[in-house]
Each structure stands twice: as C-alpha cells, then as structure tokens.
Ligand binder design. Structure first.
Ligand SMILES: Cc1cc2nc3c(=O)[nH]c(=O)nc-3n(C[C@H](O)[C@H](O)[C@H](O)COP(=O)(O)OP(=O)(O)OC[C@H]3O[C@@H](n4cnc5c(N)ncnc54)[C@H](O)[C@@H]3O)c2cc1C
Length: 479
C-alpha cells in the first residue's frame, strides 16, 4: 500500500483517486476550490441552472462502469447546425437517419457521409487500441501496424472533410469537431474524426439535474472508497528529490509526505510553479495554447419554438474565425456560436415559461484585458450576430452573465485560461502532449492538459491509465 496525494479534484483527479483507493492505497486529495469537479461546474441564478463546462456527455459507460449511480438520458438529436445561408442540418445518432438528413441538405452526399463515418469509426477503433488505453510509453500490446495509417497521418481535419464532401456546409460540420479539443481544424490532425465516430456510434447523453451531477456522484464514491478529501486547500509545491517525489507543501506551509503524487492541475502549472522545470515548461510553451471560451449565461423569457438542446450557429467565414483565434489572437469578429439549453430536456433547469441559454464562443486563451473590446461589448456583438441569424433575444433577456478566459484561469489555474492546455497542431500533436508519468519517480499527471487529452471521457481514461501506471510501477519496484 502506498501513500498517495492527488493535487486537484477535477474529473481526472477524482477518477485517479477513486481507482487508487480501490487498489488499497491511502489517498488524500487536495482541491483549492470549495467543491469537487473542476471545470465540471455549475452556475445558478434566480432559479436558472447553467453548466459552466460540459453540456454533452459521450461514452457515459466510462462513468457508470466506475459505479456512478446516475441514469444518463440519450438525446434524440445530437446537435442542430445552422449555416449562414439559413439552411440547417440535424445530426442524429442513427447512421441511416443521419445519411438521409445529409441527403436532404445536400442531395447525393448521404453516401459520402456513410463513407466518412466508416473511416472515422476505423480511426476510433485504431485509437482505442493505441492511444486511449495506454500511456504511450511503449507500443501498446493490442496495436496493429495498420493502426498507423488508419489515423491518416499528414492530413488535417479540414483536409479530411474536403476529401469526403463537396458541399462546404458538410465540410464545416466535420471541421467543427476540432473545437472539441480546443484546436483549429486547419491544423488539427484528421484523427479528431474519432469524435463524430463516438457521437454517432455511442450517442450524445444528458444527466438529469445537469452534467455537474456526475461530479457529485464521483464525490460520493470517493467518500465510500475512503479517500480523504481536503477542499479549499491549495497545494503550493510538489516536494521532490533529484529522482523521486516526497509529497507536497500546502499553501499554509504544512508539508504532507507521500510516495505517489498525482497532479490534476495543468501540466504548465506543474512545471511553472509546483515543481519548476524550465525545459519542460518551454516544451509545452512551444506547443502553444488551446483555445478558450467566453460563455454568455442568459435567463431568457418565454419559450422558443423548436429550440434544440444543442445547436450551432455558424459564422460566414470559418477560416477567418480560426485565424482570429490562433493567429491574430483576438475574439472572432464573426463568431460561430454554440447554444445549449438544457431546459429542453429537463424542466427543472429554468423557471416555468423561461429558458436557460448558454451561448459559447471560442476565443483565444490569454487575458481578455488585451482584447480590442471589453467582454461586455463582445457579448453585445455576439447577441447582435445571433439576432441577425434568427435568434433575436431582444426584450427576452432577464440577465446575460459572462464567464471569460480570465475566470477559467483564476478559478482552476488553467494556463492562460486555455481549456485543454495545448492544442492539437500537426500530425504528431496527440503524441506530444505531456505524458502521464512525470519526471520523478512517483509523480504522475492526469487531466485535460496531459495524455490522452481533454473532455470528460478522455480525462476519465487518463485516470485509469494513471492508476494502471502506479500499480505497474509499484509491482516492478520502479517507484
Ligand atoms: C466551457 C466548457 C465546455 C466544455 N464542454 C464539454 C462537453 O460538452 N463535453 C465534455 O466531455 N467536455 C467538455 N469540456 C471539457 C471538460 O470539462 C474538461 O476537459 C474536464 O472537465 C477537465 O477535467 P480535468 O481532470 O482536466 O480537471 P479540471 O477540470 O481542469 O480540474 C482541475 C482541478 O484542479 C484544481 N487545482 C489546480 N491547481 C491546484 C492546486 N495547486 N492545488 C489544489 N487544487 C488545484 C482546480 O481548482 C480544479 O478543480 C468543456 C470545458 C469547458 C470549460
């Protein structure tokens, strides 16, 4: 049995803590905030509930298999996309229905969608054998040589979309999946097509009461497994000798000893402040920052006919939008807007006769004080753009509160407010993220900024990988 410390109670930290406690270790978890869950958080105002993070759950079995006692509900529609010409596409899980919908939008392209889906599915299968299940420190036992080509090295996600679809609207639907990883479709590898494969093969899900209930359920499991949870306790330093970790120092100065330390804080925070390491920090800096978001959390009077749970209202020019975010590093002048309204499937999320609208816009990581306009002015611009595209909220807004990259940075310690640490840029990007083993014996990394990446299912997979590594290293006497 080892003494384990987990730094941070995001989903990756919680899953690692749970599995390590179940393996018989004595686990202490330190979280700087007053609650567990990290970015899986909620905001409540005047009877309205909003998720400050995830709104779409994929691969729910990852959580139910852990014993999370929730009953996720499958959504009838994955998402509705509205294009600048006023047309729309509804994404359904069922491949035949999806192909028919694609044919309705762009006659003749349904077969192309089937072919795309087939390719994406193969890419997901290959990734499962190679990428999602292991730490990438050695060739995975299940890997096949053909897996290397199945992920189309050298092609970008936008390039893949061009290969399968003639219609620019369908190309855009594929390209958008890069944003699930905080990346630009014009630089992200084609392998991100795993994401639509997961949605279409496994569905999109909601948890009644809101996705943050997953964090509450995980917290209960931690208590049952005997994990000692310390809230509102910031770790200021990881203590280590030249070759192994010794524990952590808390913000108050107290030192706590442990032979295993799992860091769920951002990798850049680990190498920047917790255990300073200029070389590793520079390596991360070279990879750059993933995108961030600005959320507009709006209490909306009345009910909107036909409002879906998830919808996307596309900008006119997608390439310019990503050049704004990643090159010009300013919030896009013409943003694509995600609109989420959980009240569509869960009446308790907003007062009777109203709607909870979360409007999400991708923006560059970094301080909004450097934007050419204030977040409030940018909110007005976003609302104006939406009004021009059929979603006029004038006269219906009870409030429209903001959550910006500065909030992501200040609350969670996310580097520059980036959602996922570094972006996926180039064919080797998935292999360049910080690994799960740290540079000292007994030190591990888990969470959205480390392998295998961000998003609820991936950070939970990261938790599993870390628990496996600890078991392996202890058995092999490496730690
Ligand atoms: C707006 C938004 C929308 C999203 N939408 C989706 C979605 O629809 N579906 C999906 O699957 N994913 C979505 N995600 C991504 C998902 O929320 C994250 O990838 C995931 O929750 C991150 O988990 P994590 O393990 O990296 O931990 P984090 O959530 O990053 O938590 C890390 C924790 O560590 C704590 N911490 C940091 N430093 C210290 C320290 N020194 N001492 C103590 N504690 C510390 C922080 O306070 C925090 O609680 C979204 C994210 C955002 C922000």
């Amino acid at each position: 049995m080892a003494e384990v410390i987990v730094v941070g109670g995001g989903v990756g930290g919680m899953v690692s803590a749970l599995l390590l406690a179940r393996d018989g270790h004595q686990v202490r978890l330190y979280e700087q905030l007053p609650r567990l869950g990290g970015k899986l958080a909620e905001y409540r105002r005047d009877g309205f509930a909003f998720s400050l993070g995830p709104s779409l759950l994929t691969l729910p079995e990852i959580f139910t298999e852990l014993g999370v006692a929730l009953e996720p509900v499958e959504l009838a529609e994955l998402c509705r996309y509205r294009f600048p010409d006023g047309t729309s596409l509804t994404a359904y899980r069922d491949p035949a229905r999806m192909a028919a919908e694609v044919d309705r939008l762009a006659p003749g392209e349904g077969a192309a969608w089937q072919a795309f889906h087939q390719w994406a599915r193969g890419c997901y299968d290959a990734s499962q054998r190679t990428f999602f299940t292991g730490p990438l420190t050695r060739p995975p036992a299940e890997a096949r040589l053909s897996d290397l080509t199945a992920v189309a090295p050298g092609r970008t996600l936008a390039g893949l979309a061009r290969r399968y679809f003639r219609d620019p609207r369908l190309r855009r639907y594929v390209a958008r999946y890069a944003t699930y990883a905080g990346s630009s479709p014009y630089r992200a590898p084609a392998a991100l097509a795993c994401i639509p494969a997961i949605e279409h093969d496994h569905g999109g899900w909601y948890v009644p009461g809101g996705l943050p209930r997953i964090a509450d359920a995980l917290a209960e499991l931690l208590a049952k497994a005997g994990v000692e949870v310390h809230l509102e306790t910031r770790v200021s330093r990881v203590l280590a000798d030249a070759d192994r970790v010794r524990g952590v120092e808390l913000a108050g100065g107290e030192q706590v000893r442990a032979g295993v330390v799992v860091v769920n804080a951002d990798a850049a925070a680990l190498y920047g402040t917790l255990l300073p390491d200029r070389t590793r920090l520079r390596r991360i800096a070279r990879l750059g920052l993933s995108s961030s978001v600005m959320l507009i959390l709006a209490g909306v009077e009345g009910r909107t006919e036909g409002l879906p749970h998830h919808s996307i209202v596309f900008s006119d020019d997608y390439e310019t939008e990503f050049a704004d975010i990643f090159d010009r590093r300013r919030p896009p002048e013409d943003p694509t807007v995600y609109i989420g309204s959980s009240v569509v499937d869960d009446a308790a999320q907003a007062p009777v006769g109203t709607e909870n609208w979360t409007m999400l816009v991708n923006v560059p990581a970094g301080d909004p004080a450097r934007w050419p306009m204030s977040p409030e002015s940018y909110r007005d611009l976003v609302l104006e753009r939406l009004a021009g595209r059929g979603h006029d909220l004038a006269g219906r807004l009870r409030f429209a509160d903001l959550f910006t990259p500065a909030d992501l940075r200040d609350r969670y310690g996310s580097w520059g407010g980036a959602i996922y640490g570094t972006p996926y840029r180039g064919a080797l990007a998935p292999f360049r993220r910080p690994g799960n083993r740290g540079p000292r014996r007994g030190l591990y990394l888990v969470g959205g900024s480390a392998h295998p990446g961000g998003g609820l299912p991936l950070v939970a997979m990261g938790g599993r990988i870390v628990a496996g590594l600890v078991a392996e290293d202890l058995a092999g006497g490496r730690r």
